[in-house]
Design a protein around this ligand. Structure first.
Ligand code: XMP
Length: 325
């Protein structure tokens, strides 16, 4: 497959068009892969999930998925990957619990670029170690999509498995590399992936790590994860989940005084961020209704240990970026 989308290629918007794409791709994948084995780093994001589902359909157990839990995923994500791919689709899935390994490496590291580097390098190391344990892998599948090619060349920058050690030679399998994001979602739906997975908001490669600014500690990371889960639940209940482009929580590394049950507390604030954008280059802030904000504040301060205050970030991009690091 060339890296250029042909002018004649129709935009995939309907289930029928998605089914035609799936049929064509499964046939092409069977031709390309033959009876060899193919490896995929499955993060659970839309792109890698759609590639996994396509490959399961095309070559079944010849696909080996590796899901690395680096401890920076959102609440429920690793469990969902195992449930959907291993339990429901019957995929051969290697689940790697690398939580301690990542968090130990990140302990005490406050510099954002250093944190990103550690996460990226550790991810490649863990993935390469898992790959080395497997026999007969000839292909490496990647969830590259067309904007990745247009923007940054053919290799996906986050979870960058293009950086595998040189002795690990794999041929690339990139079945959705000519699709735009909205088309990937249509294909994912036609493949029967759950709506929550297909409609997932963008999530950075370094995950919650960039939402726990400064040196990550396990308790503050847990506060980010719990607050994020509450925010997502309340956005879904209010019908905002598919409407707001990206929304999340941040727990900065400072404490302020508060009072709970008549006792003074000294705890973290949770910052809520909810933005809309077309291309992530600029962004506007979602005007969350006050009633919903009050519910979120009440739940977070009652349910998240170590938190006594909730702030709403009203800053567009520019001057702020979407993430905090
Ligand atoms: P910023 O913070 O630069 O974010 O306004 C723009 C968009 O990019 C996402 N983002 C990342 N995605 N790896 C990723 O895969 C990263 O290191 C990364 N940093 C930011 C961010 O979530 C937002 O959607």
């Amino acid at each position: 497959m060339s890296d250029k989308r042909p002018e004649s290629m129709q935009r995939i918007t309907t289930a029928a068009q998605a089914t035609a794409f799936i049929d064509e791709q499964t046939a092409a994948l069977r031709r390309q892969i033959g009876d060899s084995k193919v490896l995929l780093a499955l993060s659970g994001g839309v792109d890698s999930s759609v590639v996994a589902a396509l490959l399961v359909k095309a070559v079944g157990k010849q696909l080996v998925c590796v899901h690395v839990n680096h401890g920076l995923l959102r609440k429920g994500e690793p469990e969902q990957v195992v449930k959907v791919f291993r339990d429901e689709l019957g995929a051969d899935l290697v689940y790697v619990d690398a939580v301690d390994r990542f968090l130990d490496k990140l302990a005490g590291v406050a510099d954002p670029e250093q944190k990103r580097k550690i996460i990226g390098k550790e991810f490649i190391d863990v993935f390469a170690e898992e790959a080395a344990k497997l026999d007969g892998i000839k292909f490496l599948a990647q969830g590259t999509i067309y904007p990745d090619i247009l923007e940054s060349g053919p290799v996906k920058s986050h979870h960058n498995v293009g950086g595998l050690p040189p002795e690990m030679h794999f041929e690339l399998v990139e079945p959705i590399k000519l699709l735009f994001k909205d088309e990937v979602r249509v294909v994912g739906r036609a493949l029967g992936l759950p709506e929550g997975m297909v409609e997932r908001q963008p999530f950075p490669g370094p995950g919650l790590g960039v939402r726990c600014p400064g040196a990550i500690t396990r308790d503050r990371l847990e506060a980010v994860r719990e607050a994020d889960a509450i925010l997502r639940e309340e956005f879904a209940a209010a019908g905002l989940a598919g409407k707001v482009w990206q929304y999340f929580t941040v727990v900065p590394d400072f404490k302020s005084t508060g009072v709970k049950d008549g006792l003074r507390s000294f705890e973290w604030p949770v910052i809520i961020r909810a933005v809309n954008t077309r291309d992530a280059m600029t962004a506007t802030v979602e005007e969350i209704p006050y009633g919903l904000l009050r519910t979120i504040v009440a739940r977070i301060t009652a349910e998240v240990p170590g938190v006594n205050r909730v702030l709403y970030d009203l800053t567009p991009k520019p001057s702020a970026t979407i993430e905090y690091e």
